[in-house]
Design a protein. Structure first.
Length: 179
């Protein structure tokens, strides 16, 4: 079963790569997806952003989220809320989709696969610069306990874990760009 999961993950990556290398996919009008979700602003009780680091300040790293492909709305909402909350601690800010000052866009692709009494969530993130060029890609997986029901097994905690790893990996990549 592990061989199948590895082949599936590779197929997903290749499909996402092929889908993201054409000019049509960089044109939001060419993609038939639901309207982007509004950015959830941190609540007043959220911790304040730490002081800016010289190389990577929140002012320099402003990120928008493109509509996520492959995940249901509630899962995307859980992910987005956690990413917005974590961003200030990682020295970047999540901004509105139409923010002209955004320096990067994160384009996400999700899929699920049943394996041995659980569901594995595979995710791939493309980092796109303001000019529409893919400049980085990272991916991962999250195991959800359950009964092989796909998204039905995926909990809010699973989506928050994915958001935490996304924030960590994006911030680590930013450090290599501006360091």
């Amino acid at each position: 079963m592990k061989r199948w999961a590895a082949a599936f993950a590779m197929s997903l990556t290749l499909l996402a790569t092929a889908a993201c290398t054409t000019s049509e996919t960089l044109n939001p009008a060419a993609i038939n997806v639901p309207a982007p979700l509004p950015v959830v602003e941190p609540t007043p009780s959220a911790p304040a952003a730490p002081p800016q680091i010289a190389a990577i300040g929140a002012e320099r790293a402003r990120v928008t989220l493109a509509p996520v492909i492959g995940a249901p709305g509630p899962a995307v909402d859980q992910f987005s809320a956690r990413l917005v909350a974590r961003a200030p601690t990682k020295q970047f800010a999540v901004t509105a989709t139409n923010d002209p000052t955004a320096t990067y866009t994160l384009k996400g692709f999700f899929s699920t696969s049943p394996e041995a009494g659980e569901t594995i969530v595979y995710y791939v993130w493309d980092v796109v610069d303001a000019g529409g060029n893919r400049v980085h890609r990272f991916s991962g997986q999250e195991r959800a306990k359950g009964s092989n029901e796909g998204w039905g097994d995926v909990t809010e905690a699973n989506m928050q874990a994915i958001a935490d790893r996304t924030a960590d990996e994006f911030a680590a990549w930013l450090a290599t760009r501006d360091g």
